[in-house]
Write a protein that binds this ligand. Structure first.
Ligand code: PEP
Ligand code: MN
Length: 344
């Protein structure tokens, strides 16, 4: 990883480091931070001659060589010095709340507008709303492109940033063009390396775009989760939050098995913020408040909670696992208190 002296290099300097790394079979990938851009060396960076030549350049501060399967996401990486700010909240300084419907019903935009306003009043900083939905059953509602306009209208009306899941590169393009602030990678796609790569690259000239990476139920060791995030970072976007969302159930009655206890493990290895999704973790509205507090107790930096103004009128997961804005208000209040207690 090349750490430049200025906040970013000019095109001639980028061309020079690119040419040097190319001689050694590597290439350079800029990782665009809000203030500073760093340059990852992609490939085998063990050649001392390459490192010496790069370190000798007047505009290079130093080269970091971290021996880790995820050198950008590693706690020792330079990226650990950056802090992500979303919806006015700097992660690590305040508990981030993402809330809103599982699924936007394109036939009922007003429900989404009302939900969005209500979750804002409950204390949410980011509105979530599913436009395209990964459904187990191919005959279930798959989402609707029209919902993207509804999502962005809710953002304009509330003044809050929005989060939505993108399942493929076509969705990604539509979401980026529409100005979606937070791209969600769902549990089913968390191991889809082509999509992770494309999401990393999609940051383009919108360095504020963040990514909420869910944990796949198929992920084994914790390194597999962090390595999935490494793909996004290595292809250009370091604004990543890791999202445990429940894994294969071992207890009868749970939709998934809560995995908020992965939080301290993640924090030991990576600098990334952990935003837990208690809704999918338990799959039942009545259990969501406890699961939210458990996540905060384990050290979560944020929560992503499904909430709906009238869950019984919802679609997708909303009827079974969305909490009402009234319940959300209380959950946020208690979660914030607990978050403070943890810091005493
Ligand atoms: C969702 O957030 O509505 C969703 C489908 O999540 P997951 O990918 O965790 O199942
Ligand atoms: Mn859902």
């Amino acid at each position: 990883m090349i750490l430049p002296k200025p906040n970013r290099l000019n095109p001639e300097q980028v061309a020079e480091i690119t040419a040097i790394t190319k001689e050694f079979g590597c290439h350079v990938q800029p990782i665009i931070g809000k203030v500073r851009t760093i340059y990852a060396i992609v490939g085998d960076e063990r050649d001392d001659l390459m490192i010496n030549r790069l370190e000798g350049l007047s505009y290079v501060e130093r080269i970091d060589r971290i021996q880790s399967p995820f050198k950008l996401m590693d706690r020792r990486s330079d990226l650990a010095n950056g802090r992500l700010t979303i919806g006015g909240v700097t992660l690590g300084e305040e508990l981030l709340i993402i809330a809103g419907q599982c699924t936007i019903d394109p036939k009922n935009p007003n429900l989404f507008y009302e939900t969005s306003q209500a979750v804002k009043e409950a204390g949410a900083h980011v509105i979530r709303g599913g436009v395209w939905k990964p459904r187990t059953n191919p005959y279930s509602f798959q989402g609707d492109h029209k919902s993207l306009d509804i999502l962005m209208e809710a953002s304009r009306r509330t003044g809050l940033p929005v989060d939505t899941e993108v399942m493929d590169e076509e969705h990604l393009k539509f979401a980026i063009d529409a100005g979606v602030d937070m791209l969600q990678v769902g549990a089913r796609n968390a191991l889809n390396y082509s999509l992770l790569r494309a999401i990393g690259k999609a940051i383009g000239d919108r360095p504020q775009t963040s990514v909420l990476l869910k944990r796949s139920v198929h992920m084994g060791p914790i390194n597999e989760f962090i390595s999935a995030a490494e793909y996004i970072a290595a292809f250009g976007n370091p604004n990543i939050m890791l999202c445990p969302r429940g894994t294969t159930p071992t207890l009868d009655g749970y939709r998934n098995h809560p995995d908020e206890s992965a939080t301290p493990l993640l924090k030991e290895k990576t600098w990334a913020a952990v935003v837990v999704d208690p809704s999918h973790s338990v799959g039942k509205a009545a259990y969501v408040p406890a699961a939210s507090l458990a996540a905060v107790a384990y050290g979560a930096d944020g929560l992503c909670i499904e909430s709906h103004i009238a869950p019984s009128k919802g679609i997708g997961d909303d009827p079974k696992q969305s909490i009402t804005p009234g319940v959300l208000t209380k959950v946020i209040k208690q979660a914030k208190q607990l978050w403070k207690i943890r810091r005493e």
